[in-house]
Design a protein around this ligand. Structure first.
Ligand code: SF4
Length: 646
């Protein structure tokens, strides 16, 4: 028996370290495949259904490869990338210590987060000097940050439990790629971010997240692209997310926020150190005003759209050109002050970079690219996204000569990895599809109710609320309603509030984590949520026995990047629906469905309120991609099942 298989056996390392551990064939199979990919440094794609235990299935071979038992084998450096910061923390603080203990490993492990997670000593000192410009709440938080800053070892702002996540203080005490002074910074030697990166470079295994990984890979954070070239193996958990994230990082963005931040820093330095250069203040204020005017051209409510189309309209082109004139003027004035101060030098570099980024967004005629915009209440962000990252990514994988392991509970569509592999240009990767060990036929039922309204019916919310009520009653709350639209979610919430006594928790009422904690802590609660609750949520036992999904999760056809990708596929003679829209929706639905059964003893019903699942030919693709569940269209059977398990 191989050393990896031994670790997962009845009397192996995991059984000795974890109470109640029992070997699972699928987990061992995955671990063996991962060990092989690590050994050969070759690509591997694994879908491991919920409950397979995929985390240990990649951690054990990873740690065994760091300190190989055989004297001839070379030690390997490994990067593990997860979908979210929460998962990063869970790996670093919970799973990895367990595996290290089980294998008696002294491997060095580092947790590395993105720049925005670390205190910037330099900026904190700056804002202490100019605190007069901050509002009362931000000032109160700044005092708390200062107290914490005196004692923290890591500078990780996650330690700041007494400051809320959305506090306005964070932009003032963390750095961005733009405003970090890097080697010119007087605090460079003591910088928490620099120290965290150094620790990561020295570690045997680094836990990062996908955003950080692709920022590094696309060299979007200077002085950082040192991690990946040194690694022998990359493991991506929640790998279904990486195609879209990679697209973002291989693209470009230009935002009025960057311009306004630049103006803010210029004004700051003008008012404190360069008061003699009056033009600095004038130029920065002028650009600030142009940014506001540019934002006002777009709809009041945040939206996304096609930048090419907007740019062809005279008033947009005119105000966009004005941004350039004012940015250019600011650049000229800053240039006169070079070398007078490190901040103004940094502002000069930023102005140069912004002028270059501006040109990229003005050059809208290049092919193979989607130009799109999104607005926030105050800002406009222009994006350039390549329609495909396959060529770039596959070239990178090939050149690295490393092992690339991609895993998730949702990678395959109708038992095929074609969509995933094509998106990333992965050729010749080994593939493994492991079914969940849960007995879905016994543990669950799938209901597609009869007499459902059409997807665009204006009374849809009322129908959904009516349909949900007997289910909520039978499941005694313990119910998630997952929506594809905020509007419908709020409409249903309003109707339910008038008709049921259960506690209703609606996304947006409080932070996601708090909302979820309240759901678990409150008896008979019902949670209504949209996209971000479709994945990464783990509620076990009878706290969650009913998941109602309002509609098949096809991305909005108005989504500019999706439109551009579909257009591109059509131009090449392909079928955009089959190649892009359907696989994306299948993966999203699999994620949503995955919220229901989280353990061998969990039981519950899944209700999908969309007729298309049964009356459109593509409904089969969805059904074949889901775990095998007993199916019914009869709501009374569903309520009977719920009453039986409650
Ligand atoms: S190097 Fe950058 S992040 Fe670090 S303290 Fe200086 S400005 Fe802040």
């Amino acid at each position: 028996m191989s050393i990896v298989a031994q670790a997962f056996s009845n009397h192996g390392a995991l059984a000795k370290a974890i109470n109640g551990f029992s070997p699972r064939q699928a987990q061992t199979d995955m671990a063996l495949a991962v060990a092989k990919a690590i050994d050969k440094q070759s690509p591997l794609v694994v879908e491991a259904g919920t409950g397979t235990g995929k985390t240990f299935a990649y951690l054990i071979p990873a740690f065994l490869a760091i300190k190989p038992p055989s004297a001839n084998a070379k030690s390997k450096k490994i990067i593990i990338s997860t979908g979210t910061k929460n998962l990063q923390e869970q790996l670093f603080h919970k799973d990895i210590p367990l595996v290290k203990k089980a294998l008696v490993s002294d491997a060095q492990v580092a947790l590395l987060k993105g720049r925005a997670n670390y205190l910037c000593r330099y900026r904190l000192a700056q804002y202490q000097e100019t605190r007069g410009q901050l509002d009362a709440n931000t000032l109160t938080d700044l005092v708390k940050v200062k107290t914490w800053a005196n004692s923290t070892q890591t500078g990780d702002i996650g330690e700041l439990v007494n400051v809320t996540e959305d506090s306005g203080v964070f932009p003032f005490i963390t750095s961005t790629l733009d405003n970090c002074l890097a080697k010119d910074c007087p605090d460079y030697e003591q910088c928490y971010l620099v120290k965290a990166r150094q620790k990561a470079i020295d570690a045997d295994l680094i836990v990062v997240n996908h955003h950080l990984f692709f920022a590094d890979m696309a060299l979007k954070d200077t002085g950082f692209g040192e991690l990946i070239p040194k690694a022998h193996v990359m493991v991506f958990d929640e790998a279904h997310q990486i195609g879209d994230i990679a697209s973002d990082y291989f693209g470009e963005a230009f935002s009025t926020r960057q311009l306004v931040d630049l103006c803010f820093d210029v004004l700051q330095i003008y008012r404190s150190k360069l008061m003699d250069v009056k033009q600095l203040g004038l130029a920065a204020e002028k650009l600030q005003k142009s940014c506001q005017e540019f934002r006002l051209l777009f709809n009041f409510d945040p939206e996304r759209g096609n930048w090419r189309e907007k740019y062809h309209q005279h008033r947009f082109a005119q105000k966009f050109a004005k941004l350039k004139v004012d940015l250019d003027f600011l650049y000229q004035v800053i240039k006169l002050c070079i070398s007078r101060n490190e901040i103004i030098d940094n502002c000069f570099d930023r102005a140069v970079k912004l002028l270059m980024q501006y040109e990229v967004m003005a050059n809208i005629d290049i092919n193979g690219i989607s130009f799109w915009y999104e607005t926030t209440p105050r800002h406009v962000v222009l994006h350039l996204t390549p329609l495909s990252v396959a060529d770039k990514f596959s070239a990178y994988v090939k050149e690295s000569r490393a092992g690339w392991i991609f895993t998730s509970a949702t990678l395959a569509v109708d038992n095929s990895f074609e969509h995933f592999a094509q998106h990333l240009g992965l050729q010749g990767a080994s593939q493994l599809l492991l079914e969940s060990p849960f007995d879905y036929l016994q543990q669950s039922q799938l209901i597609v109710p009869r007499y459902l309204p059409e997807a665009n019916d204006k009374n849809r919310a009322a129908h959904l609320a009516q349909l949900a009520q007997p289910l909520i009653k039978a499941s005694k709350g313990a119910c998630f309603m997952l929506f594809t639209s905020y509007r419908v979610m709020h409409q249903v919430a309003e109707i339910l509030a008038d008709n049921i006594d259960n506690t209703l928790l609606v996304q947006g009422q409080m932070a996601k984590r708090v909302l979820l904690e309240s759901f678990v802590a409150t008896d008979e609660a019902v949670l209504l949520a949209t996209a971000s609750f479709w994945e990464g949520i783990d509620v076990r036992g009878d706290k969650l026995t009913c998941v109602i999904i309002d509609k098949l999760p096809f991305a909005s056809p108005d989504e500019p990047l999706l439109q551009a990708r579909c257009e591109d596929v059509r131009r090449q003679g392909g079928d955009a629906f089959a190649q892009i829209q359907l696989p994306q929706a299948v993966i999203a639905l699999k994620q949503g469905v995955g919220r229901l059964i989280r353990d061998v003893s969990d039981r519950g019903i899944l209700v999908i309120c969309d007729n298309r699942l049964v009356n459109r030919p593509y409904g089969e693709t969805f059904l074949k991609s889901l775990p095998q569940m007993k199916r019914t269209r009869d709501l009374s059977q569903a309520t009977a099942f719920l009453e039986m398990i409650k």
